[in-house]
Design a protein around this ligand. Structure first.
Ligand SMILES: [Zn+2]
Length: 283
């Protein structure tokens, strides 16, 4: 199994051995490690080596571990964002992360960055839903705002946290992307949903009931993640979400027709591994 959403939130030297040990206790072989945040998110002033240092650090965390996927957290409003995409891709970054904390997804700079990421064949993980950053920023993270990405060819993007509390809006936007792709698959972006909490536990049952019952081909497009921290990854936190999600998947299985999936066990494998590999596969 893989965890699609793990943060590196400091510039301390990597400790991959500890994380690998915790993974092995949980039955995980790896996942997505997201670089330390850009200056726009920390409100610290970026130094001249900021980008290279953050790229190098996440690559060092993942070095020699083929199932650990290094993502670079980019600020699309930074004047050098286009260069940063090129630098990160050349260095071996597997994908990108954006948190729209200062502008909506339809802002020209966000769209330009997303186009460059898509052209490089890399996936893009967005925060979505309420943003706990102490700022007036959640309005940039409503799911419907991501319709602006619709006509970026080859883009594979995921909305994290199932956009909680806007789960219904997130599923509706997913349906819209699916319908658009059926008409013009080459011309439209492909949307995934990262189920990383996000949702307080109270809402988890509702989330699975809707995911499995709505009748959209969601099971090919959902990703399991924890929002854990690379250096202090908590095994109990991850174990609790894995257990709850697997239980809810089994309970709500009968709610919907699940084309291509013979059993909840099949669907669990897609959710915890296969879908992320497809999301990350270079195109
Ligand atoms: Zn996160």
């Amino acid at each position: 199994m893989l965890d699609s959403h793990i943060h590196i939130m400091n510039m301390n030297p990597p400790q991959p051995d500890r994380l690998e040990h915790v993974f092995s206790q949980l039955g995980l072989t790896g996942g997505v490690l997201i670089s330390a945040p850009p200056a726009c998110f920390t409100r610290e002033k970026a130094g001249p080596s900021d980008v290279q240092d953050r790229v190098d650090l996440v690559l060092a965390w993942c070095n020699g571990r083929p199932d650990w996927f290094p993502f670079f957290w980019i600020d699309p409003l930074d004047a050098s964002a286009a260069d940063q995409v090129a630098v990160a891709v050349a260095a071996g970054i597997a994908g990108f992360k954006i948190i729209c904390n200062q502008a909506e997804p339809g802002h020209p700079a966000v769209l330009d960055t997303a186009r460059r990421i898509a052209a490089a064949g890399r996936p893009l993980l967005f925060h979505s839903g309420i943003l706990w950053d102490g700022q007036d920023s959640s309005r940039f993270n409503r799911p419907a705002g991501f319709e602006a990405l619709l006509h970026i060819p080859k883009l594979r993007f995921a909305l994290a946290h199932a956009s909680w509390p806007w789960i219904d809006e997130c599923l509706a936007v997913f349906g819209k992307f699916q319908q658009a792709r059926r008409q013009a698959p080459q011309a439209c972006a492909e949307m995934f949903i990262d189920l990383t909490p996000g949702t307080p536990r109270l809402y988890r049952d509702e989330l699975y009931r809707k995911l499995l019952g709505i009748g959209y081909p969601l099971l090919d497009h959902i990703l399991f993640g924890t929002d854990g921290l690379a250096d202090t990854y908590e095994p109990q936190w991850a174990a609790d979400w894995l257990a709850l999600d697997q239980k809810l998947l089994e309970q709500h299985w009968q709610n919907g027709v699940q084309p291509g999936y013979a059993s909840p066990a099949d669907a669990w494998l897609a959710l915890t591994e296969k879908n992320l590999r497809r999301f990350i596969a270079r195109s």
